[in-house]
Ligand binder design. Sequence first.
Ligand code: C2O
Ligand code: CU
Ligand code: CU
Length: 490
Amino acid sequence: MLTRRRFLAASALSGAAILARFEAQARFAMPLPVPQLVDARGSEASIPLVLAKSTHAYRQGQSVSAMGYSAPVLGPAVRVARGQRVAMAVENRSERLTTVHWHGLIIPSAEDGGPHNAIPRGGTWKPMLPIDQPEATAWFHPHPHGDTAPQVYSGAAGLLLIEDGSGEQLGLPRTYGIDDLPLILQDRWFDRSGAPVYDPSPMEIMAGFRGDTVIVNGVVSPLAQVPAGVVRLRLLNAANARIFDLRFSDRRAFHVIASDGGYLSAPVAVRRLLIAPGERYEVLVDFSDGAEVVLESGLDDNRPMMGMMGAAPPLIDGGRVMKFAIDRSKPATASIPKSLVPVSRLDDGRIAARRQFLLNDMMMGGVGGGMGGMGGMGGMGRMMGINGRPFDMERIDVETRLGTLELWHIVSQSMAHPFHVHGTQFQILTLDGRTPPAHQQGWKDTVLVTREAQIIVPLTQPAPRSHPFMYHCHILEHEDAGMMGQFTCA
Ligand code: C2O
Ligand code: CU
Ligand code: CU
């Protein structure tokens, strides 16, 4: 199922050559890069972000072209405080029209950075972000209609660390880069020069484009040196389509302390953690035994009409993602708290409206076009949609009332879709008819819908017709192909 370019690259290498290439790569040789911390707390000045082409080595010694926000790849981690207004100045020095969306922020739609906030080539966008939500890890990435997947794949994505003092009060690890590490998880196809290749076939648009190599903070199989204590990992799945099925090689626990929109009521220990595109989980990991451990990811079997087509490529190196080694010279302090920040359940007796969203991902029974569209992206666009309609920037799909709660029932047609809503943090009422697992009972902005989910959505931010909010699948090929809709809130 490879496109011609990747097939030629792959067939030129025998099994032995692939192995040799891999050994030469010297597994876990690169230190984990940590995105630059930009502290915007209390700052009146605007924070500059420049999206531009660059060069970067994803693999050791192979410098190739990449893209980032004021960085060779990815972008900074911008620390902001609840209660402040942050001025941003985003300059587009790339060759394409872009937008920058603040994924996870609960702010008015005019500042949200969706497809309606276009930044032309050479342009600068200056939104003002009023930060008023609990401590959480959010992120930002391009969101231009029809071009989000290639731009994110090229390297554009950064972090927003929202603070309200609660993590400090709880005594959570908070020394950025030492015992508080962001891990931005992505996957790529690399050609022989070490450059990521993005050329999805029609089948890969349908299943989502997944590479065979994981990168963390922009590099292949890095090594993190951590103190012999409790370390906080801020996990972000910024892959186009791959669902990471994370575990440690020795099966030690992830103590999940936060989901997309903030802390859970109490840590939840899991040995396996599924994280879908767009999602964040913050976890505490206990390294006090001093042992080295490898973070691994299992198979991602998510594809339309299971077993028939579009199987994801297995990960090279058996899914070994990165290694943690212990540096005893680093200060180890924190322990794992018993409880965190109480999450009050949204009251499902106060629902103002109920809606259903069917995520259309199939050729048959979809919208127009039928098999005739198999030849290219345009045809694919006609198959992908929500409630039978592909995305249209000129059409408002849903009108909501400001200050109300709604119950949204999301149904996946033939594969799992990570459903994301802008301008809010919601709660999951049911997942496939059941109460969600404990680590999914907190604030979420993205939910992996295997078959169906019910979510309670608070509508607290205004969205006029000129700047509606988006809801969409966060498999970026699906989003670009039309699995997205827009809503107003007034
Ligand atoms: Cu992270 Cu609408 O996206
Ligand atoms: Cu978003
Ligand atoms: Cu999808």
